[in-house]
Each structure stands twice: as C-alpha cells, then as structure tokens.
Write a protein that binds this ligand. Structure first.
Ligand code: WTA
Length: 632
C-alpha cells in the first residue's frame, strides 16, 4: 500500500486533506484494494437516523484482499505465527499460501453444513489459528461471524446465540491457559440447551479432554475438512453487507451486537494498522489480545493480514511458565511491533524487572497500548524496561464501535507524551462537547468526546435493534457520535482520554456495564437490591465493587458473598466477578428513588469523608452505615 505517512508534516497534510475533502481522501486509499466492482459514491450519511454507508454499491470480498491478493507476492511469507501455551510445544507457522488453502477448505466445509451468505455463526474458541481460519472462512462465504470470548459463561453464550439466531457454533474441546485446562465444549453444550437456532457445531480437538459429541449435531473439525477441496471462489459481497457482529457491554441492560460491514472496515483497519504501527514488510508484529475482543478482530486478524503482515497469535497467559513469557516470545520470534494492554503491563510490573533481564528485546521497534488509560508509571516502565528507551509507545484509543484506532501517535512520527493518546488519525473529526452539547473549542478544555463526521469502520447498527444504536450513540448529542468517554485537550492540542462518563466500568481493559453485573447479582435468590460501581485497582485499572442488600436468612456474610460471586460467574463469567461485595442495610437514594452512585463511587474509592451535602437524600442515615462497613 502506498498510503504510508512518513513524517509529522506528512501527517498534518493528510489530516487536512481528509477533513477538507473526505471523499477524495478515502477514495484514494480504497483504490489500492481489490474490488470486484468499484463504488458509485464514497460516503452517504445521516447521524440522525443514523444511516451510514461507505463505498456505496462497491463489491468485494475481504478475504480476497487478505489471501488471494497476497498469494503471488508473498505466498511463502508467514501470515500467522502461532505460539502455544506450553513453551515446550512446537509453534506453528502458516504462510499466506497455507492460510489461503485452510480458509478455503474450511469455508467449503461449513458451506456443506448448510451455512450460507447472511447466516450467523458463533465462534467460541481458544486462541488457536483455527479461530482466525474460522473467521475468515465465514467472511469468505459471506456468513456473519460473531465471536464470543471463551471466558464467558454458558448463560452469556446462549444469550448471544439467541440474539443473533446463529445457525452454527464453531468451538473446541478445551482451552489451555497457563497450567489450567478449561472446558469449552462443555459450556457450549450447556448453552445449547436454551438455543433453537443452532443446526450444527464444529469442534476442534485441542486439549484432547473428554467431551460429549452429540450425533447429528456435533462434528469434529478434522472430520469436517476430510477430503474437502482447498479451493473456493469467494462470495461477492456488497460494501455494506455485514461482516461481523461483536457483542459489547453498555450502560444499560443486555450486551448489544455491534455490527461492522465489509468495505469500510477493510479500508480503515488496514490503513490504521500500517500508519499507527509503521509496519514494514518483513516485520513481525504481535498483538496479545484475544480474538474474542475487537482488538483481536482488527489488529490480530483483519488489519495486519490485509496489510500482508506477519501476525503472531499467542494461546497462553503472560505469567506462564513465568512472568518472562512475553519477553521470551519477543526474542524467540524477533518481534518488531508489540501491542498489549495496560493491565498486562501493570501485572508484569509487579514482578519487577528480573523476569525481563534474561531477554535482549533488541528486535522491538514499536510498543503499543490499548483498552484503557495507561497510567504514567506503567507508561514509563514499559518505555524504559521493555522498550529500553528506544521504542515509541503508541497509546491507541478506540472502541468496539469504532472498529479501528481513532486517536494515537503514529509510531516514531508523532511526539509522544505519557498517558496521552495524542492526535486523531486522518479522517477522524473529534469534537469536545460540554454536558449541554456546546462545542468546546480551542485548547485546554475538557468534556465529552464526540465525533462529528463518519469514518469508514464505524458501527452501522446494533443487531436486531437499530433504535438502540440511535439511542446509545447518536441521541445524547444530536448529529454527533458520542463515545461515552471523557477527554481533555491540553495546551498543545493533545488528547488525553479520562475514562468513561457513563455507567460502564473498564476492568482489565474489558468493558462491563454496571447494570449488567447488577442484573447478574440480583439473580441470587437472597439478593433484594444491588448497586455496582468501579473503584481504582492497582492492576486491573478498575475493580468491581458491589453494594448489596440481602435477606441473610441465617447465612454468614462470607458464605453469602461467595454464593453471589458464584452467581455472577455463572450468569456472565469470571471477568464480571466482583472484587468486593459489601452487604449493606440500604442504598442511598434520592427522593425519586434513584440510587446515588456518585456517593457509592466515593465510598468505594476510599473517599467517604468527602461526600458533600447528603441531607437531600431520602435515606441519609444509610450512608454512615455503608461507610462503616466499607472495605479498603
Ligand atoms: C477505553 C477496546 C484510554 C475507553 C479497543 C473506550 C481507552 C473503551 C483506550 C472501549 C486508551 C480504549 N486510552 N481509554 N488508549 N483504549 N479505552 O470496546 O473507555 O473494548 O471507550 O475497545 O475502552 O473498549 P472496547
């Protein structure tokens, strides 16, 4: 691709062009991809309804751009290097040619099971190359994939299967994580008890653990591809056909299915990947995310592979067999760009620098951060000890809904500032609005981060409920996309993300809606009411603090707390398990019955002596009792 920015003035020039004439700007970038038919119009949009279309009437298949396009130029180059959980196990390299064959073959296999264009397929898998193969096979035949992170519970999985009425589930027997072996197929079995739409499941053998295979429903991956052709002509897709659905948490109710479409997502993930990471041909790039999250979609699979990069996929965890594993992998595969989350950096920082010392880390050129604000201490540790002071850090701000990186330094080009995501990428028109919706212009301002013009990889809808998309993202501030994040633009015009301004908490870089956790807690029969807030947590960024009113019914506090945690595990999964549960006699409420979370947030953060005037509450007396029982 010829759309690489090489200098700060180049960035400024491109940014100006992208704002003055977005159509020519994006059309030039899209030109370097393979289209079966070119678009009639670059963008059609309306943020009121909302209705956004990019590359209108263009025809393409994203996998042709990932696989077929690279076959002759880099067929023998590694596309994916897979590093297993156990360092004693051999790693696997798939060249572009091999990946092409495997994707085509699996595409034929799922087609033979009756999956076609527009059908939804759930992928619930460990971090194995087959997860990427499954995604691309769906995209090849025009089926819409929806990956569910394999740490979610059966209940959360069945909710997602039912929401999108999936026809097929692709899974594995189990998952190796550190020294644990986690059941996966068993969770699918449990989930499917409540799902009618699924006609077949394909099961990869990974751990070899005992599982139940139901005849007529379950088929092994190796049997499904047995004797199947490795050639497949890609389905022709419209730019605006759905590519995937990814469920994410919001401030209310159930997770919503964020919808991304083929054309715009393709252009933007490839463009942002190349420019943010300054990837050069031959480099080895590693993003440590799980494919179950948007980062895995856009920056392990789609972005890097569209750009013809070599992308590492890692099955395991950063602390197995020891806290030097990331660095061992960097040296082993001579990683050039390394992209991880602040929570992982903080967790490793807690082990000191000793686990890093045996490694050279001299191949590293660029370090990336994503998922939550990176605190200055972690930034410096990452910069000094991992990057040895010579690698720029790209602090990339974006969201499931934005599809790709929105605000970030371009590595080595944009001067960095610790804890700042710095400047928007070309094409991204940010505005800061106050709570009344007035634009705050100029520098040294702070407010709600909004976007006033569409970008190619933005969400198009929330699956099955367009009104929810409108209400959530386009109604708070009319004619703007509202991110839900607070932001500061400093005296240099640099952006610093301040965190969520809604009832969403960010736990280890994973989004959790407080309402969602409360709903799960309330499933426990002895819980009368609950309120969940975030509080600062050294490793996770934010921890989950639940205030719960219970009918103790002869139970001990300890016993009940344990049961409530188990309930949340079962309803959502371990990622939503509260770090702290406090049984309280009541919750502070306004006279109209609204829970005063601001007060609970302060108490949870250890700032309970600074609550301001609480006399207007309906029940000010509970506040003292809650403060007394608070745990820090
Ligand atoms: C937060 C992850 C500060 C933010 C790609 C956003 C960040 C939410 C950063 C989206 C960053 C992500 N600095 N905060 N560099 N990156 N966030 O959908 O609050 O899992 O709204 O997407 O994570 O989380 P999501």
């Amino acid at each position: 691709m010829s759309d690489r920015i090489h200098s700060l003035s180049g960035y400024m020039y491109e940014y100006q062009k992208s704002v003055q004439d977005p159509e020519s700007f994006w059309s030039r970038i899209a030109d370097s991809f393979h289209w079966r038919k070119k678009w009639d119009k670059v963008v059609d949009w309306n943020f009121e309804t909302p209705d956004v279309k990019w590359f209108v009437n263009g025809k393409l298949n994203i996998t042709e751009n990932i696989l077929d396009r690279h076959l002759y130029t880099r067929g023998d180059q590694a596309a994916i290097i897979w590093e297993p959980n156990d360092p004693e196990e051999e790693h696997i390299t798939l060249t572009y040619k091999e990946l092409h064959a495997k994707v085509c073959q699996f595409a034929n296999a799922i087609k033979a099971k009756g999956v076609g264009k527009g059908d939804r397929v759930i992928i619930y898998m460990p971090m194995v190359p087959e997860a990427a193969i499954a995604m691309l096979a769906c995209a090849r035949i025009g089926a819409i994939h929806s990956i569910v992170f394999a740490g979610f519970s059966a209940n959360a999985l069945s909710d997602r299967i039912n929401d999108c009425k999936a026809k097929m589930v692709i899974t594995a027997d189990g998952n190796f994580r550190g020294n644990k072996q986690i059941p996966v197929k068993e969770v699918v079995d449990e989930a499917l008890k409540n799902c009618d739409s699924v006609e077949s499941t394909i099961v990869l053998k990974r751990t070899g653990q005992d599982i139940q295979m139901t005849s007529g429903l379950d088929i092994w991956w190796h049997d499904a591809i047995e004797g199947v052709s490795t050639e497949n002509k890609a389905e022709e897709m419209d730019s605006e056909d759905m590519l995937f659905i990814l469920y994410t948490s919001g401030s209310t109710g159930q997770p919503k299915g964020v919808v991304h479409t083929c054309g715009g997502y393709m252009i933007y993930t490839a463009y942002s990947f190349q420019n943010v990471f300054q990837y050069n041909q031959g480099d080895v790039y590693w993003c440590t995310a799980d494919v179950g999250w948007i980062t895995g979609h856009s920056y392990i699979v789609y972005g890097p592979l569209l750009a013809g990069a070599t992308s590492i996929m890692f099955e395991g965890v950063p602390t197995f067999p020891d806290a030097g594993r990331f660095w061992a992998i960097c040296d082993k595969h001579q990683v050039n760009q390394f992209y991880t989350a602040p929570t992982a950096i903080r967790a490793l920082q807690a082990y000191g620098t000793e686990p890093i010392e045996p490694y050279k880390l001299d191949s590293l050129k660029v370090l990336g951060s994503v998922g939550e604000p990176i605190n200055e201490e972690a930034w410096h540790w990452y910069h000094d000890h991992v990057g040895k002071g010579k690698c720029p850090i790209v602090d990339t701000w974006w969201q499931t809904e934005t599809g790709g990186i929105m605000v970030s330094p371009l590595a080595g080009i944009t001067p960095t500032k610790p804890a700042y995501a710095t400047l928007p990428l070309p094409g991204i028109q940010l505005v800061i609005l106050d709570n009344e919706g007035n634009e705050l212009k100029g520098n040294s301002v702070e407010g709600n981060l909004c976007i006033k013009f569409p970008w190619p990889s933005m969400l198009r809808t929330t699956y099955g409920d367009h009104d929810r998309c409108k209400q959530t993202y386009f109604s708070t501030f009319p004619n703007h996309y509202f991110t839900g994040d607070g932001v500061k633009r400093d005296e240099d015009g640099y952006y610093r993300i301040l965190g969520r301004v809604d009832d969403v908490i960010n736990v280890s870089g994973h989004r959790m809606g407080t309402a969602e956790v409360e709903n799960a807690i309330n499933e426990h029969p002895k819980v009368i009411e609950s309120a969940v807030v975030g509080y600062p947590h050294d490793i996770k960024g934010q921890g989950i603090y639940a205030f719960v009113i219970c009918d103790m019914d002869g139970r001990t506090e300890e016993g009940l707390t344990k049961e409530i945690k188990e309930t949340v595990n079962k309803i959502i999964g371990p990622i939503a398990r509260p770090d702290k549960i406090q049984i309280v006699p009541g919750l502070p409420k306004t006279r109209s019955g609204k829970i005063m979370r601001r007060i609970l947030r302060k108490i949870a953060s250890g700032d309970g002596d600074n609550l301001g005037d609480i006399s207007t509450l309906f029940n000010p007396e509970v506040v003292e009792a809650i403060k007394e029982g608070a745990s820090h």
